[in-house]
Design a protein around this ligand. Structure first.
Ligand code: ADP
Length: 289
């Protein structure tokens, strides 16, 4: 009984979509990534709630998919950015894994291929945009072109600098075409990142996740923080706002992103699509068949 009442209590003191939304005052430097903003429960509470909310997410996603099948062009695009080991892969597995894979368009963006490099940086992104009724998930995104690219001077500043405005215009276009854009930046503390990298070196079943380059990138953490701050300062628009998620506790970041997706789907205010046939006539036909 106690368990039931606890489960039904709202463990969020402030909704995730509100408490995690970046503002003009958000300073990456000042965030404690081990905190669980807005959530008052324990790890066990969060895991229990995730299972429960996963069902809500799945039901909403089915409605989005059903509308898409009926010609509705609206979609959701979840943009996942984060430092190495911040948990983007786990997010796809544990959160996106809660919904029907038929309704998901997943794309990962790594170092651009030769063909991709021959095009504008948004070319490969446009090729992976979600269709109507889909939840698109970008594991890394066009933001790499103002993150890693800026941190490592892969192109001169005068080339990446105009990209912020270009990205805003691109996202405005997406939103105007019916895509609800949910941008998420996951942050881990340097200590937690070390622990996660250490685990990858200690466990043979995790070697495949280890990339020696990740240790090199640790040397650039201040530059990455600066680059993320620039993104928040320049691309946190009303139509495509950023959410900043402390990710030292995976159970929190996963629950938080689940809540952000539920919030996005609820904002679409979907109904089940109407039948494009006469229900009564069809019932009769079936009965007579
Ligand atoms: P992950 O590290 O996320 O598991 P990958 O092994 O595919 O995935 O590597 C992604 C790498 O690709 C990251 O180091 C990232 O910085 C890099 N990357 C992504 N987009 C770009 C880009 N536009 N230019 C240069 N590097 C990029």
């Amino acid at each position: 009984m106690a368990k039931h009442s606890k489960k039904s209590t709202n463990l969020w003191s402030t909704p995730a979509a509100q408490v995690l939304r970046a503002t003009d005052d958000t300073r990456v430097e000042e965030i404690d990534f081990s905190l669980t903003p807005g959530f008052d429960g324990t790890k066990a509470d969060a895991q229990e709630l995730l299972a429960e909310r996963g069902q809500v997410l799945s039901a909403l996603q089915e409605k989005l998919y059903a509308n898409g099948r009926s010609g509705d062009l609206r979609s959701i695009l979840l943009v996942l950015q984060g430092m190495d080991t911040a948990g983007k892969g786990g997010m796809v597995r544990h959160v996106i894994g809660l919904v029907d894979p038929q309704g998901v368009d997943l794309a990962s963006f790594g170092v651009p291929t030769k063909e991709e490099r021959e095009h504008h940086y948004l070319w490969r992104i446009r090729n992976e945009l979600p269709g109507g009724g889909k939840i698109g998930v970008f594991d890394r995104s066009h933001y790499e072109d103002v993150l890693v690219v800026a941190v490592h001077d892969l192109v001169p500043r005068q080339v990446w600098e105009p990209r912020f405005d270009e990205i805003n215009a691109f996202e405005k276009e997406l939103v105007d075409e019916g895509t609800l854009v949910v941008k998420v930046a996951l942050f881990v503390s340097p200590e937690e990142q070390r622990t996660r990298l250490q685990e990858r070196l200690d466990r043979p079943d995790k070697y495949w996740k280890y990339n020696p380059g990740d240790v090199t990138e640790r040397g650039f953490l201040p530059q990455y923080r600066l680059a993320y701050q620039r993104i928040l300062d320049r691309t946190n628009t009303d139509y495509a706002p950023w959410h900043v998620i402390p990710a030292d506790r995976k159970w929190y970041s996963r629950l938080a992103v689940t809540e952000l997706l539920i919030d996005a789907l609820e904002r679409l205010d979907l109904d089940w699509p109407a039948a494009d046939f006469d229900v009564e006539v069809e019932k009769q036909r079936l009965a007579n068949s």
